[in-house]
Design a protein. Structure first.
Length: 131
């Protein structure tokens, strides 16, 4: 994809697919126990794109986020091909929320796309986990 950015469009999944996968990683054995434990650990340690989902999750005391971000290239139209964040939010009351926000061909700046993901996450959390 670094040599041919158009290949990024072949690397696709739906938000439901992504949310289902991260949820299953916490609820069902999908790989060996050791690998699953390691994947959970790595996702919990992810500190990329702190201005996306992580920004909204930090507003809930004692909530944790295990997530993976992804970003694409800027295409010839000046759009960011992908700005993504897929995570499992662990609420203080024990509930878990799997969330996937995938933005394609964003016409604005990176910080605006990040802010959009934070805003969507915040709205969902206010509904799911009202304080």
């Amino acid at each position: 994809m670094q040599l041919n950015h158009d290949l990024a469009y072949e690397n696709a999944a739906t938000a439901v697919d992504c949310a289902t996968l991260i949820r299953r990683l916490w609820t069902k054995p999908i790989v060996s126990t050791d690998k699953q434990r390691r994947l959970r650990e790595l996702l919990s340690l992810c500190n990329s794109a702190e201005s996306r989902m992580a920004l909204a999750v930090k507003e809930i005391p004692d909530a944790c986020l295990a997530h993976r971000t992804g970003s694409g290239y800027t295409n010839t139209r000046g759009e960011i091909t992908a700005v993504n964040d897929v995570g499992l939010i662990l609420c203080p009351d024990g509930r878990q929320l799997a969330l996937a926000i995938l933005i394609s061909d964003y016409p604005g700046a990176q910080h605006q796309a990040d802010s959009t993901i934070a805003s969507i996450t915040r709205l969902i959390l206010r509904t799911y986990y009202p304080q």
